[in-house]
Design a protein around this ligand. Structure first.
Ligand code: ADP
Ligand code: F6P
Length: 324
């Protein structure tokens, strides 16, 4: 039976995330299984505009499932946010015979994918970001590895923090979302979490809790501060001055984006990548793959982008019970 789509491209865009390679591998091998040709587009939309396009076969994705980062490289590309850039991108796809694209990335990358779809290139998004901040899906590729990396790092900071009886402000990534901070708050038994979705900026209340904890005999104070709040170094200085407790700031930074993907990231990435290639083979476009209520599903891109997500209030309340 003739397929609407004969050749597909795959790209990774925005911040890299562990598990992206597993997703690329799944896209390539599933597409080949479906009788499609596959091209790799290097460096996200920037590479598309530069025509950095390579043929891929099954062996192009050998020996990558266990590797962090993305073999296709990734980038952020301002030019692609303009109508001219998007039209040029669609034109380049047509020139290279690419009639469908799998875009592995976050919300921003999906906005770009929606634009390509409107210009006649079938597009499917796969959620890849450590931030877990895509509303339509309960899972994003890379979150599990990142949160485990952060958890292990925070355990180490806790050891030295206890030895010195210090307070530690540990900043984790997540852009404007507090999911990594919330999960580490639970997993590391932190004394406090500062989430962009919840923190009211009341530093005096935070200082009071630190003093109270010290009175109760706590040897350390581990405060996990989400990147969306930031300013950990100056916060540490103010807390030390107000409490008299030595306070250090640790910004975990990009270490959270690297490393060997966990089993969970490899498995979710494999299934999501395969589903994306299958959707293209079915002639579908303008969809994103998601994980919802135990199932892999797909949504219209604009519908997905209009959804809202928030930290679950009951989870935040439970965190507060467990630290007291
Ligand atoms: P993420 O995909 O992780 O959210 P970004 O927000 O940085 O990361 O977006 C990645 C890239 O997607 C941007 O550099 C840009 O090329 C493209 N992009 C973002 N927003 C749009 C938009 N509104 N229209 C077209 N392309 C976009
Ligand atoms: O989206 C992933 C992420 O690591 C965010 O947590 C962070 O805000 C951002 O990317 C950092 O981007 P960059 O690598 O460009 O500094």
């Amino acid at each position: 039976m003739a397929k609407a789509v004969k050749t597909i491209g795959v790209l990774t865009s925005g911040g890299d995330a562990p598990g992206m390679n597993a997703a690329i591998r799944a896209v390539v091998r599933t597409a080949i299984h479906e009788g499609l040709k596959v091209k790799g587009i290097m460096r996200g939309y920037a590479g598309l505009l530069q025509e950095e396009i390579v043929d891929m076969d099954s062996t192009s994705v050998s020996d990558i499932i266990h590797r962090g980062g993305t073999i296709l490289y990734t980038a952020r590309c301002m030019e692609f946010t303009t109508p001219e850039g998007q039209e040029q991108g669609a034109e380049i796809c047509r020139k290279h015979g690419i009639d469908g694209i799998v875009v592995i990335g976050g919300d921003g990358s999906f906005r770009g994918a929606g634009k390509l779809a409107a210009l006649g290139i079938n597009t499917i998004g796969v959620p890849g970001t450590i931030d877990l901040d895509i509303a339509c899906t309960e899972y994003t590729i890379g979150f599990d590895t990142a949160v485990n990396t952060a958890m292990e790092a925070i355990d180490k900071v806790r050891d030295t923090s206890t030895s010195h009886e210090r307070c530690s402000i540990i900043e984790v990534m997540g852009r404007n979302a507090g999911y990594i901070a919330l999960w580490c708050g639970f997993a590391n038994g932190a004394e406090d979490i500062l989430l962009p979705e919840r923190y009211d900026g009341d530093e005096q209340a935070l200082i009071n809790r630190i003093i109270e904890n010290r009175k109760r005999g706590k040897k350390h104070n581990i405060i996990i501060n989400a990147e969306g709040i930031g300013h950990s170094t100056s916060m540490a200085r103010r807390i030390e001055a107000a409490t008299g407790i030595e306070t250090r700031a640790t910004i975990l930074g990009h270490m959270q984006r690297g490393g060997t993907p966990t089993c969970k990231d490899r498995v979710y990435a494999s299934i999501m990548g395969a589903k994306a290639a299958m959707l293209l083979a079915e002639g579908k476009s303008n969809r994103v793959v998601a994980y919802k209520n135990g199932d892999y599903v797909d949504y219209d891109i604009q519908e997905a982008l209009s959804m809202k997500k928030d930290i679950a209030e009951d989870q935040y309340e439970i965190f507060k019970i467990l630290v007291r």
